[in-house]
Design a protein around this ligand. Structure first.
Ligand code: SAJ
Length: 416
């Protein structure tokens, strides 16, 4: 079998390599020449455990190569970005998906399977993608098998989850669904859940929306508890001892290109109805400012001048700073305060990041942990004794034990 994957980002690249590892002849297509060059020379351009080794393996066995343009194949898998539009409800911009579909048309042949993995607004397959292929003269379900198979893997665990997660396969017709299911049968060991395209679209969106709404509840609880002198983290621990309660964890906000984006796709399709989803988004987007306000209070308490944020990535053990609340907090502090604001993140390399932890915290009045990287969980706290005021504000609750000389503040004891 030959597959063309369109889009070699956080999902498209691991997916391509996974098919190639299982003997499929894969051509990975991307519009960025530097990505093509890097991959063909055997180097991945994103951080994901196990991916570099897997790329080397598939290049050695000759089942993967990257290219700028699609070639004829049995199946096309589209994993391109679906950003929000800059409109009132942040609706979904389908232009990259439709652009990728159009790019396949010159090489599309009867019998091909076309799969969209990108997260898309409900009804995108029926209302936007299907017409493009039909206008090119194909009959869906007979000539071309069109499927939405949303990706659901967790960054940091992609290579494992691609194989073992259950996979939703939603075709435009039952024949499309069957064709899609056969393709993922190549390596998926989880259950293949067969449905139609619009159910697949909404199911994927609800998974991330469920999480966003629950994180909003935990974040709101934190604010309420801080007003009432109650430790929110203890409350969550207690409540989660109930067999049917699973409260999520509060934090500096919700980032990444999934939870912070997908709920708007639902809201923008039914803005008068999707009220809880919309309110949850507002609660979560308020968190960076809540953290900034608390940082200012903590700095004022000691007349502080210098502060160090630990973590810019949107979550632990990844290098992705897209929609990162930590980046928001860092940028707001730099733009709106007179403090010297430093940043340290062992996973992120850019012009703002200090390379050395000791240098980043030396003489600092406050360390603010914004990302739950393992490095911060296992941090040697003696390195913090070079701070001017040894205080940690841990918004991710990752530090388990601090020596007496370090003052430790988290979302559970902010009110003190
Ligand atoms: N977060 C909290 N509190 C929590 C859990 C997460 O504040 O209790 C924050 C994280 O710090 C991060 C954000 O939420 O900023 C999102 O992180 P995440 O680990 O929940 O999810 P993502 O965005 O990395 O990946 C999600 C996953 N979806 C679900 O778990 C339902 C993944 O399976 C999807 O494939 C991915 O979105 C996607 O691409 O849609």
């Amino acid at each position: 079998m030959r597959i063309n994957t369109m889009g070699l980002g956080y999902i498209g690249l691991p997916t391509s390599i996974m098919f190639a590892k299982h003997g499929v002849e894969v051509v990975g297509v991307d519009v960025k020449p530097e990505v093509i060059e890097s991959l063909n020379s055997g180097k991945i351009h994103i951080e994901e455990p196990g991916l570099q080794e897997a790329l080397e393996e598939v290049i050695d066995q000759g089942t993967f190569r990257a290219a700028l343009k699609p070639e004829s194949a049995d199946a096309f898998i589209i994993s391109v970005p679906t950003p929000n539009n800059d409109d009132k409800y942040k609706s979904m911009d389908p232009s990259y998906v439709l652009g990728a579909i159009k790019a396949t048309l010159p090489v599309l042949q009867k019998g091909n399977v076309v799969i969209v993995e990108s997260t898309i607004a409900p009804r995108t397959m029926d209302d936007f993608v299907k017409p493009v292929i039909e206008e090119a003269g194909f009959i869906i379900g007979k000539d071309i098998f069109l499927v939405h198979c949303p990706e659901r893997v967790l960054p940091g665990q992609i290579m494992h989850e691609l194989i073992y997660n259950n996979r939703i396969v939603g075709g435009i017709t039952p024949e499309c669904t069957e064709a899609g299911a056969r393709i993922y049968g190549t390596f998926v060991q989880g259950e293949i859940l067969k449905t139609n395209a619009k159910t697949a679209e909404m199911s994927k969106l609800m998974e991330n929306t469920y999480r966003d709404v629950n994180i909003a509840l935990a974040n709101e609880l934190t604010k309420v508890c801080n007003e009432l002198d109650i430790n929110a983290l203890d409350v969550i621990d207690m409540a989660n001892k109930h067999p049917r309660v699973n409260m999520h964890t509060p934090g500096p906000g919700v980032g990444g290109h999934c939870l912070a984006v997908d709920p708007y796709f639902v809201v923008s399709k039914a803005p008068e109805t999707a009220k809880l989803i919309s309110l949850s988004r507002s609660i979560n987007t308020s968190m960076p400012n809540y953290v900034v306000d608390n940082i200012k209070t903590l700095m004022e308490q000691v007349g502080g001048q210098v502060l160090t944020v630990l973590g810019l990535a949107y979550k632990g053990n990844v290098d992705d700073i897209r929609e990162s609340p930590a980046m928001d907090i860092f940028a707001t502090l730099k733009a709106t305060t007179k403090y010297e604001v430093r940043a340290f993140d062992p996973h992120v390399q850019n012009e703002w990041v200090e390379q050395d932890l000791e240098k980043a915290v030396g003489g600092s009045d406050l360390v603010v942990i914004l990302t739950d990287h393992n490095e911060f969980k296992e941090m040697d706290l003696s390195k913090l004794t070079t701070m001017k005021h040894a205080r940690i504000f841990d918004t991710k609750n990752v530090v388990s034990k601090t020596p007496d000389e370090i003052e430790y503040i988290n979302f559970g004891n902010l009110y003190n």
